[in-house]
Design a protein around this ligand. Structure first.
Ligand code: GLU
Length: 341
């Protein structure tokens, strides 16, 4: 009798344990309804027409402004998407932390701090003034000056090799062989007088570590790489997954460097709107004037958006709103759930 009772007790304990696990899983599933929040973000903001395409690079003004894509990629490689996920737009500044990560992988994070800098500028992404007023000159890897410096720091034997290392690295993050949008490259390189001035100024201050025109060319090619919204989400998910691409399984960056890289994105990823972005979304992110944004929820997942219309700071209007909506709905944020939209 005693034995029987013990037996039936343990049976019912086991059954209730399974019940609890099952319910928990169901609740977690409901709390993480990725597809619903992606669809919602798309529907809610698809008709918003605020902002304008970047036009200082002439060809960016010809990208269809109404295109809008929203993608979540999780650290186990699941993809949830709404809207435009195939159109290839130029990666632009979203490429910058990824090349900074290549410098870290080659030489460690100290080099970023000492040879580029990690402070926000509080000035526009293409500021020449920042190069003059800050002692570090390049200031951080997310603005043009620091990004051109990062390209010049990549250890390479030749310009060809420098380009190969930069592009192979970004392709490894995306998990496929990415190509340069040659029209974007030509349009940007032909009009790159401001960036050329920055490269030369940095060289003058001994804060550029290769031939300036070589750094400018490789940097401009890097910015002209074509990606789609899904590629961008996978790039972010690789950072969320401690440096391992969750789709290809390839390790792109040592997990020990992820905290420093995400810190750079948090402090500087939105240019002179980085404080506002951390205040309202609380996620390490990077934007680009091609209309892309990637936001990382460390150890968890990434959100990528594409929408060409930018606000005056150069950040995609619908992309920002979509990411804020998703972060608020899922209750994720670096410092805790952020409910502000
Ligand atoms: N290639 C662009 C430039 O150098 C990048 C700027 C950006 O995306 O913010 O102006």
């Amino acid at each position: 009798d005693m034995l029987n009772t013990t037996f039936s007790r343990s049976i019912s304990a086991t059954i209730s344990l399974f019940l609890v696990l099952f319910l928990n899983a169901t609740v977690a599933q409901a709390a993480r309804d990725y597809q619903r929040v992606v669809d919602e973000a798309y529907e809610k903001f698809k008709d918003l027409k605020d902002g304008a395409n970047a036009n200082y690079i002439p060809i960016l003004d010809t990208v269809p402004s109404d295109l809008f894509g929203v993608v979540i990629a999780t650290r186990d490689g699941k993809i949830y998407s709404a809207g435009e996920i195939k159109y290839e737009f130029s990666i632009q500044s979203v490429s910058k932390p990824f090349t900074a990560s290549l410098v870290m992988a080659q030489q460690g994070p100290k080099v970023i701090r000492e040879k580029i800098g990690v402070e926000p500028t509080g000035l526009p992404f293409n500021s020449r003034l920042a190069v003059e007023i800050y002692d570090s000159r390049s200031v951080n890897p997310s603005v043009n000056a620091g990004a051109i410096a990062a390209v010049s720091l990549v250890q390479a034997d030749s310009e060809k090799d420098r380009w190969k290392k930069v592009s192979d690295n970004i392709s490894a993050y995306a998990g496929r062989d990415l190509k340069v949008l040659e029209e974007v490259y030509n349009s940007e390189y032909e009009t790159a007088w401001g960036n050329r001035a920055i490269a030369n100024l940095l060289y003058n201050y001994e804060r550029l570590y290769s031939d300036p025109e070589e750094a400018l060319r490789v940097y401009t090619r890097q910015c002209s790489i074509g990606i789609n919204t899904k590629d961008l989400a996978i790039m972010g998910a690789t950072l969320a997954n401690e440096g391992v691409n969750p789709v290809t399984g390839k390790k792109v960056l040592d997990s020990e460097h992820i905290p420093e890289l995400l810190a750079i994105m948090a402090a500087t990823g939105f240019y002179d709107e980085s404080g506002e972005w951390m205040y309202s979304a609380g996620l390490p992110s990077k934007t680009g004037v091609g209309g892309g944004i990637v936001a990382v929820i460390p150890g968890d997942f990434a959100i990528a958006t594409f929408s060409p219309r930018l606000n005056p700071a150069g950040n995609s209007v619908r992309g920002m709103k979509a990411i804020q909506h998703i972060a608020a709905e899922l209750g994720v944020g670096l410092y805790g759930p952020n409910t502000r939209e």
